[in-house]
Design a protein around this ligand. Structure first.
Ligand code: FAD
Ligand code: DLZ
Ligand code: SF4
Length: 514
């Protein structure tokens, strides 16, 4: 009576629901490195290395417990290349009486999973992924028949439900949100803590070699590779963040600095997303730091909100709205993705720095994603599918369930405001205020049009002009539209002309086929 338990590359948690009733005497755990998953987008080289090495380490950990693991490597000659084909091969090897899996993170994989019972003729049980605070059904109950879904209200319910940062029925400190103490720019001379990185062990070295050989044309530098690939090291990374960065996380979470991609951010998303850490233990560690007086409440609340609020909320939206979520394009954006998103070769220093950081590290923090690469894509009217594929490819932490709502909803407003109450459009002044990028730029943030003007400036007003019919009805856009109404016809024409010349320049031969 063998049960075959299939663990995917982002399910590397010993307590995952598919292993909960495992019997080592009879059961087999299947893990498979497959070509489909390594190439369905052109992942950053460090992402492939991170996932495969973490998978191999997890398999070894299960074996050390006496669990039988059938591990299919990418370079195994008869590797069939997809989850479905590998399940079929494993069924013929082990003749199980049933298959148990935990629901996957992505729609396309769930669709495949739903076909496995017919494919292999063995019952398949798909269990909830209870690593999340809110199950898909719980989120659907919250969403109910609302027309729009505001994260803040969902977050408060989650605080009450989990008891995180609660004093009885009241939020700790008396407020739900301390953002008025956050969002500061970086003061000169503030020390940035060096980050704990983890040198590759022999298992990782072997995977790095595989990635070097198999994926030379994928985006990004493979080395230096310093991600944790085991739970023990991911726990060390969590401890390092709590001790050295958390206290300043809140104040400087929106700041950006040349040559400092990490600042006070946690760098924990890759570990949370593959299961080396759980959201519960990360939030608990942050709360303990506040209760023990090691970090202020504005920082800890801001950090917990990202995980208990935003992370759960975007996952809820993804499963609520898929498979159609990606189809909308309310602002009719159809411009192809400019080549500089891959090469980093642009005179706009903010974009060139952020893309360079991603290339080297596979990382970008939230404001870089939203207000630099995202803001440009919004203002330039990049086709949603093209920029979504880019976001899914370039980060070590990228998975569609978290990438898509952030890009389609937050960045592009392509869903017409389901997630965000207004587009996060900003001119160069925002980037200048929150970063030091402008000092080293060929353009000037204080010049609005004409010679040397920052492209974000005229693209911002051009975006408002182009989308006036849809966006001027939004009450939260009333102020910029009042300002726009005061522009002379000549000024509008100048903005349109500068934007057109700039955007046409991008398109000439600047396309990338991925
Ligand atoms: P921190 O700043 O330290 O935040 C702590 C944790 O909060 C993160 O590890 C993450 O788990 C969670 N978090 C923070 N913001 C968000 C958010 N908006 N949505 C969901 N979780 C959040 N995150 C991913 O994990 N994968 C993605 O593919 C991804 N794509 C994004 C695309 C865009 C356009 C934007 C604006 C955001 C995206 N995010 C994504 C969310 C966020 O930018 C990253 O989670 C964060 O930058 C990871 O770095 P960190 O661990 O240092 O985060
Ligand atoms: C991201 C990824 C990569 C690069 N490779 C594999 C793999 O070879 N085998 C595997 O089980 N998982 C991999 N993953 C993670 C999957 O893409 C992820 O499990 C699905 O997208 C579902 O979220
Ligand atoms: Fe970016 Fe404009 Fe500043 Fe240059 S001037 S770094 S393009 S915001």
């Amino acid at each position: 009576m063998t049960t075959l338990r299939f663990i995917l590359g982002d399910q590397l948690t010993r307590e995952i629901s598919s292993l909960s009733d495992l019997d080592p005497a009879t059961d087999v755990v299947l893990m498979a490195e497959v070509a489909d998953e390594t190439t369905y987008v052109g992942h950053h080289k460090q992402k492939i290395a991170f996932v495969l090495s973490a998978m191999r380490h997890f398999a070894n950990r299960l074996r050390e417990e006496g669990i039988r693991v059938d591990y299919v490597r990418l370079d195994t000659p008869d590797n069939a290349g997809s989850f479905s084909a590998e399940i079929a091969r494993a069924v013929s090897r082990h003749r199980p009486t049933r298959i148990v899996v935990t629901e996957p993170g992505e729609w396309r994989v769930l669709e495949a999973m739903r076909g496995w019972e017919d494919l292999v003729g063995v019952p398949v049980e798909i269990r909830d992924d209870d690593r999340f605070f809110a199950s898909r059904a719980r989120f659907r109950r919250w969403a109910g028949h609302r027309g729009t879904y505001r994260m803040e209200f969902f977050y408060r319910e989650m605080r009450r439900e989990t008891g995180l940062l609660m004093d009885g029925d009241e939020p700790a400190g008396g407020q739900w949100n301390y953002d008025h103490d956050n969002r500061k720019s970086l003061p000169a001379g503030l020390g940035i803590p060096a980050r704990e990185r983890f040198p590759p062990d022999p298992v990782t070295a072997e995977v790095l070699d595989l990635v070097r050989r198999r994926f030379p044309h994928h985006f990004g530098d493979l080395e230096p590779f310093g991600w944790a690939v085991t739970r023990d090291n991911a726990l060390k990374a969590l401890d390092h963040f709590v001790r050295h960065c958390l206290a300043r996380f809140g104040a400087y979470q929106d700041a950006m600095a040349e040559g400092e991609p990490f600042l006070f951010h946690s760098l924990l998303s890759p570990y949370l997303n593959v299961g080396l850490l759980t959201p519960r233990e990360v939030c608990a560690a942050a709360e303990a730091a506040w209760r023990e007086g090691r970090a202020p409440l504005n920082a800890v609340e801001g950090f917990i909100r990202q995980i208990l609020g935003w992370r759960e909320y975007v996952r809820g939206i993804y499963w609520l709205r898929m498979p159609d979520y990606a189809d909308s394009n309310i602002l009719s954006a159809h411009r192809p993705l400019p080549w500089f998103y891959w090469s980093g070769e642009t005179e706009m220093n903010c974009l060139s720095q952020v893309i360079g950081d991603i290339r080297r590290t596979g990382y970008g923090h939230h404001i870089q994603r939203l207000m630099v690469t995202g803001n440009f894509a919004l203002l330039a009217g990049i086709e949603p599918a093209e920029i979504e594929a880019w976001y899914l490819a370039v980060y070590v932490d990228a998975y569609e369930w978290v990438e898509l709502p952030n890009v389609h909803g937050m960045v592009l407003f392509a869903d017409g405001g389901l997630l965000a109450s207004k587009p996060y459009a900003a001119s160069g002044a925002y980037i200048d205020r929150m970063s030091d990028y402008c000092a080293g730029c060929a353009y000037r943030p204080d010049v609005k049009t004409g010679e040397g003007a920052c492209p974000f400036n005229y693209l911002y007003w051009n975006f408002l002009i182009e989308n006036e019919r849809i966006l001027s009805r939004n009450p939260r856009m009333a102020m910029p539209y009042r300002t726009l109404a005061r522009f002379s016809a000549e000024r509008r024409a100048e903005i349109r002309r500068d934007a057109e010349t700039f955007l046409d320049g991008l398109e000439v031969g600047d396309r990338v086929a991925t």
